[in-house]
Design a protein around this ligand. Structure first.
Ligand code: HEM
Length: 550
């Protein structure tokens, strides 16, 4: 019989008679308790069921408590969430919710090389010894879900967030191979020299006028353009889309580090009420950036379809995203993976190289004796210009510049702490068994600079800017080179390592051939660092002067 409206009306009328209109929580508890009373079959089953549920959860809880006690016995550090939160608070809640280098420095100084803390029932274990970090990088190849919470704008399918415990990392490996086509190919490595020289020639002549240059601000657009041209085949600051990308991406970088923190800095009703609107503005910016990225990908798809010959040998990101196939011959990058890859490469390639360039310029200005040695080495290349560009191989020969780049990253860690997880099995790191499912923090900034832990690998003068520590064949230099983890290590090591090296070397060859970099005020205090979107940016902008060389 078909269901008619009058049947439905009758049903509703009947159920309204059966069910009291309102149940207070006390009613619900009384009714539930009544179910267990008496000796009828229903009550007996209810009691048995409840006993089974209690036994199950009791067992789970007991196992959890034993597991927790075991970790607390094995690894020093705060034993409870409350003690951990007090440490976050001490490290400054207003600076990335206290989850920063100060937190880990405090904990390692207090408890030693391995330290744990508890957040929401989960252990976080930090390592500050270079050998331990090497083991973590090799053995713990997963990334915790916290990474995605901290960088949601990269897209759910971003390489950083892909699980590795289901397939042993096979999917991550295959994505990394696709990215290698885009950023490790000899074509992109040579192209980056040309683009650096062209961009700097065109856009930085005013740097040599003697006026102080706010290097962080000025390099911002230049770095976006260099990356845009080489990886995405388009200059961004001169293009309408690009300008929006730059603005939105910067907003998201800064927003990821500060979202919701105004309340911690100043607890006022206005700041509290602002939180939902800040959140929706942040979400709208994510949508905007990802939308532009998708339009760019679709535009390239159209161009490739219309004129396949033109794009035949092209290995830039957008072309690879629309052309790569899997083993079955189907498109490798679906919409979400393509967007997450585009945004991921944009983020990975921009922020890191921008910040590293700024800190190296600062360090060379602060240490003229090192700058002189870098210049002497660069001068040995002759006078490269746009018609006579140094090859990638030639730039690789600049060993002292290479050491200066490492030393600058060591002292002002671009990425001060890593995020790894062991989701397949327990792993042994040094003397510690890290239980399966732990969030592991390789604290590279501490490992490279903390006077308690770093001298074993880098010598006693770890606070000094001394590139020589990485030079030559001495056992000390080999040890220092092996202990350097500025680009991570193992299976998940930075995919853009060679690209960054090529870009940084080209930038410094260009500038140091022409200028001596100086501090406008040599007595000014050293600039502080701010942990922002995973990188150590300068807390305040500073200026440098570029004096034309005689
Ligand atoms: C000075 C510049 C750079 C520094 C210091 C740096 C540092 C790092 C670090 C520390 C990691 C984590 C590695 C790990 O967990 O072991 C990483 C990952 C990554 N980097 Fe870089 N990076 C730089 C430049 C670049 C560039 C230019 C690109 C792209 C062209 C890039 C793309 C990536 C990607 C895609 C990952 C994720 C790899 C994965 O999860 O498997 N990076 N980078």
């Amino acid at each position: 019989m078909p269901l008619r409206p009058e049947h439905l009306a009758r049903c509703l009328a009947w159920s309204s008679l059966q069910t009291p209109r309102e149940h207070s929580p006390i009613d619900v508890v009384t009714m539930g308790a009544a179910l267990f009373k008496g000796n009828d079959e229903k009550a007996q089953w209810a009691r048995k069921g409840m006993a089974a549920v209690c036994a199950y959860f009791g067992y789970k809880l007991l196992r959890y408590m034993l597991w927790r006690r075991n970790i607390n016995n094995m690894i020093p550090g705060p034993n409870t969430e409350w003690e951990s939160i007090k440490e976050l608070y001490k490290a400054d809640f207003g600076d990335f919710w206290g989850f920063n280098s100060t937190l880990l420095t405090n904990l390692h100084n207090k408890y030693g090389k391995v330290v744990k803390l508890w957040l929401a029932g989960q252990p976080y274990i930090s390592f500050v010894d270079c050998n331990d970090i090497e083991t973590v990088n090799r053995k713990a190849i997963g990334r915790p879900s916290l990474t995605e919470m901290l960088l949601p704008f990269m897209g759910h399918k971003n390489l950083l967030f892909q699980p590795t415990h289901l397939d042993g990392g096979a999917f991550v490996k295959s994505i990394r191979l696709k990215y290698a086509i885009m950023v490790q190919d000899s074509h992109s490595l040579s192209d980056v020299h040309r683009v650096v020289f062209e961009t700097m020639t065109e856009r930085t002549p005013h740097w040599g006028t003697g006026a102080p240059i706010d290097v962080f601000e000025e390099l911002k657009h230049l770095m976006y353009d260099i990356m845009g041209k080489v990886i995405f085949s388009g200059a961004w600051s001169t293009d309408e889309n690009g300008a929006t990308i730059i603005q939105t991406h910067r907003f998201l970088i800064e927003g990821s580090a500060s979202l919701g923190l105004s309340v911690c800095n100043k607890f006022t009703m206005a700041n509290l009420l602002k939180m939902p609107s800040d959140y929706s503005t942040y979400q709208a910016a994510i949508k905007k950036l990802q939308g532009i990225m998708w339009n760019m990908i679709e535009q390239r798809r159209k161009e490739v379809q219309e004129n396949p010959k033109k794009w035949e040998g092209d290995k830039s990101c957008l072309t690879v995203l629309v052309r790569e196939k899997d083993e079955q011959g189907k498109l490798y990058f679906d919409k979400d993976l393509a967007i997450a890859s585009g945004v991921g490469l944009l983020n990975g390639a921009y922020d890191t190289t921008h910040i590293t360039t700024v800190w190296l310029m600062y360090n060379l200005a602060r240490h003229p004796e090192v700058q002189k040695k870098v210049v002497a080495e660069i001068d040995s290349l002759g006078k490269p210009d746009l018609k006579n560009l140094p090859t990638y191989e030639k730039l690789r020969e600049l060993k002292y510049l290479d050491a200066a780049i490492r030393e600058s990253i060591r002292l002002r860690m671009t990425v001060p702490l890593g995020m790894r997880g062991n989701y397949r099995e327990d792993v042994k790191v040094g003397n510690v068994i890290v239980p399966k499912g732990t969030t592991i923090l390789p604290f590279t900034q501490g490992a490279h600079t903390n006077p308690k832990f770093a001298p074993e690998y880098f010598g006693d003068d770890v606070d000094k800017f001394r590139p020589e520590r990485f030079m030559g064949d001495s056992p000390e230099a080999s040890k220092a080179r092996a202990a350097f983890h500025g680009f991570g290590g193992g299976f998940r090591m930075c995919i853009g390592f060679k690209f960054a090296e090529a870009e940084l070397k080209a930038i410094f060859v260009y500038f140091l051939q022409r200028y001596t970099i100086e501090l406008p005020d040599p007595n000014a205090p050293s600039p502080e660092m701010l942990y922002e979107s995973g990188c150590n940016a300068p807390k305040e902008h500073f200026s440098l002067t570029f004096k034309p060389r005689a």
